[in-house]
Design a protein around this ligand. Structure first.
Ligand code: GLU
Length: 449
């Protein structure tokens, strides 16, 4: 991005002056202010740190950081009361060097272009770390899905898909569920795209129902991956699961499956929460009863076998395994010093800010499983789903899960090798592996024309 305007030495006359402390960290590239957002700044800070470490030439950095393209669309929707409401939707495709772009679609009231761009960038490093042939992407619609009826949600989804048709395709950009979206939303997307094409195109989205070309094990993939990596981290630090306790912030698809998978490995889940608050029981929550309560009440709040606690209190509850599985920027400079856990498993994207990272780096008792690895299970099985759809040849759940664990194992081992070799944090190691692979692909392909 922006490289055409630059001189041979990679210097750009239009570039705002670098910060005076003489570092090579970047100010926002002119014209790219549209992405400015706290989460975008956070992703850029992480990228700049790694680019500095890897000594990526200045002239390549902006090209790697800024999205290749982004689309913002107005989505008019007939509401059930006969009015029309217009929603704003985004799709950001970060880079195209390794194949089509891949990433989820989020429905949340606070969705903003810069946030979506940050999430797309993280998808790029995540896919590269797992060795998937994708660039990163992310989409979002600023809406509160809990206040929309099923028919409104369907009309919103179909219209968003229709608006995005010129920019997506099984070899171009493939969407998947993220916060606030699910298998049904993917089914409507697939149907809208297929009707447009005139034939069924299951490979246009992943995370769809198994009946229409979804993969066995996709729904559980992210949570299962989190539990697999927590097991590996426990082995590494010598934590036995026999008396281990876990707190989980966010009890959606990822958090609830992670809880169940950890419980199957003997971990006691002592606290869980959702957007309305949480519930705590020092003796361990009965997940079967809790899930029945959530199915009925749509929230963990009010679960009779526990005391209520806030999301902030949950993060500071002493436990062995802390799993933030909700929004970005939950652990900040303000609370990082008060976290009491041995393993911090980032099931959410970007739950820890760079300022909190600096504090956690001093706290050697905490083993961090960084987001780009910890929640990669979802996109890995999405990749399997895409491959199965393209071949119209479907695998058993055992095959899917076995292949998922093999990829996670390899990425974990590679990350730990770099941690040991270079004496760096797990986050720096995981990001370095992902970013370096994209950089190498870019160098090999060169610049056209
Ligand atoms: N939304 C998920 C993520 O952030 C999954 C993306 C996908 O499966 O493409 O990784």
């Amino acid at each position: 991005m922006g490289s055409a305007a630059r001189g041979p030495a990679g210097k750009d006359r239009n570039r705002p002056a670098a910060p005076s402390r003489g570092s090579r960290f970047r100010a926002i590239f002119p014209g790219m202010e549209i992405y400015d957002h706290p989460t975008w700044r956070m992703a850029c800070q992480q990228f700049d740190l790694v680019a500095e470490r890897l000594d990526i030439p200045d002239c390549d950095r902006d090209r790697m950081k800024y999205p290749k393209r982004s689309m913002t669309v107005a989505i008019p929707v007939h509401t059930d009361d006969g009015c029309t409401r217009v929603f704003t939707g985004h799709r950001v495709q970060h880079h195209l060097a390794l194949g089509p772009t891949k990433g989820g679609l989020r429905y949340h009231p606070e969705v903003a272009l810069g946030e979506v761009a940050a999430l797309a960038m993280w998808m790029s490093w995540k896919c590269a770390l797992a060795g998937l042939p994708y660039g990163g992407a992310k989409g979002g619609v600023a809406c509160d899905p809990r206040t929309l009826s099923a028919t409104e949600l369907e009309r919103l989804t179909r219209r968003y898909t229709q608006e995005m048709i010129p920019f997506i395709g099984p070899q171009v950009d493939i969407m998947a569920p993220d916060m606030g979206t699910n298998e049904q939303v993917m089914a409507w997307m697939m149907d809208t795209y297929s009707v447009h094409m005139g034939y069924s195109v299951p490979s246009i989205v992943t995370g769809k129902p198994v009946r229409i070309g979804g993969s066995l094990g996709r729904r559980e993939a992210t949570g299962r991956g989190v539990a697999y990596l927590v097991n590996r981290a426990s082995d590494t630090i010598g934590l036995s699961h026999e008396n281990a306790t876990a707190c989980i912030q966010g009890y959606g698809n990822v958090g609830s499956v992670a809880a169940l998978s950890l419980a199957r490995h003997g971990v006691k889940i002592i606290a869980v929460s959702d957007v309305s608050g949480g519930v705590f029981n020092a003796r361990g929550l009965d997940l079967w009863k809790l899930n029945a309560h959530v199915a009925e009440k749509k929230t963990v709040l009010g679960f009779p076998e526990g005391d209520s606690l806030t999301n902030e209190q949950l993060l500071e509850t002493p436990c062995d395994i802390l799993v933030p599985a909700a929004l970005e920027r939950q652990i900040t400079a303000a609370n990082a010093g008060r976290i009491r856990c041995r393993i911090l498993a980032e099931a959410a994207n970007g739950p820890v800010t760079p300022e909190a990272d600096a504090i956690l780096a001093e706290r050697l008792e905490i083993f961090l499983i960084p987001d780009v690895l910890c929640n990669a299970g979802g996109v890995i099985v999405s990749y399997f789903e895409w491959v199965q759809d393209l071949q119209s040849f479907f695998w058993s759940e055992a095959e899917v899960t076995d292949k998922l664990f093999r990829i996670l194992e390899q990425a974990f081992v590679q990350m730990m090798a770099l941690v040991k070799k270079q004496k760096i944090s797990t986050r720096l190691a995981a990001l370095s592996l992902g970013i370096q692979r994209v950089h190498e692909a870019r160098k090999l392909r060169g610049l056209f024309p």
